[in-house]
Ligand binder design. Sequence first.
Ligand SMILES: [Zn+2]
Length: 443
Amino acid sequence: MTQSILIKSGTIVTMDQNNSIVRGDVLIRDGRIAEVATEVNDPDSDVIDAGDCAVLPGFVQTHIHLCQTLFRGAADDLSLIDWLKKRIWPMEAAHTRASIRASAQVGIAEMIKGGTTCALTMETVRHTEEVLRVVEETGFRATVGKCMMDKGEGVPAELHEESRASIDESLALIRKWHGQADGRIRCCFAPRFAISCTHELLAEVAELAKRHHVIIHTHASENKSECEIVEGDTGKRNIMYLDSMGITGPHVVLAHCVHLDTEEMETLMQTKTNVAHCPSSNLKLGSGLARVAEMLARRIPVSLGADGAPCNNRLDMFTEMRSAALLQKLAHGPEALPAARVLRMATIDGARALGLEQEIGSIEAGKRADLIVVDLNQLHSSPSPDVVSALVYSAQSTDVRTTIIDGRLVMRDRKLLTLNESTVIDEANREAIDLAARARVSV
Ligand SMILES: [Zn+2]
């Protein structure tokens, strides 16, 4: 049995149904939140002082690519299709087990330091098991999908798969890893996007996801050219095509959804399909402005993600929260997407998108203990009369003091406890240089 942890004297932003904010203590025992109250005493606990700090559920990012962290800064200032064909695919094709490992480690280390405790990640076609091992070792929580690609122009040979092999490999990973590490690790199907997948593959994925009770994670309607290609190939708008293949529903997470017509919006609403909004990525790739305020008004579930490091270039939920809010204000005026709504998208709504809302996403007794302590006694966050405003508009990732996942301290007072930060940085730099040489990409 691990030692219990007692977080003392924090401003607890619970993210429960009433958005309750409690000044007090949180007791963590056996991986779960045991008690939340104005005062809890437990002499055997490891005490963490949270005076001047906010205590909140760890962030849940619903769209990232851990395998791409190593490509940070190596694919700037390109449009989506060029970005994929000239940089991302050649670099994914050049990955080895060692480089994937370095990529996952630097991505997870960055997320833990910035308060993200759970992520939905689409990996590349090969070596996904290495990412799963890094998730297991680091104490991170993730839903991981091996990328599926059985068609498409300009795809390097190393990334092209036969449909059967792609499905068999995805199923093997699900059978071996789904639910491992006390449930911290989950697997999903991750067809890359409609352009990269045959009808047969998508239809079978839709069927198998239901049979195995796993989610489907894909990209959709990120970019106008992508939508035109899908419409040219299928005669249907992207979301209508995915819907006809069975790739919609509460167990489906679609990244981006920037370019939607009214019928597509209606379909997402009726099928309760999840949208992962990635504001920084949409800005940097010039993809467009997702109609998030309209989606929320239609009760389409929207959560947040950084996307991969090469299109952001951070994996930082504070950046995504702030950008998401500011972008909707630009489109709809200053009252659109208030701070409290954004903070829900970054926590409990992300958990719900992954089917984990009973387990994580809020600070309530009985839930798994994924939570963070954020220091608000900083120049850029003083004064902070409203803790939610401070978290969304003022705070930054370096203000996260302590990160707990599944009741285990993975960062304390800015020091990572399951990874060696300087080794992770050195290995990422070394592996990135070798990978760029193998991919023949000059950076
Ligand atoms: Zn992506």
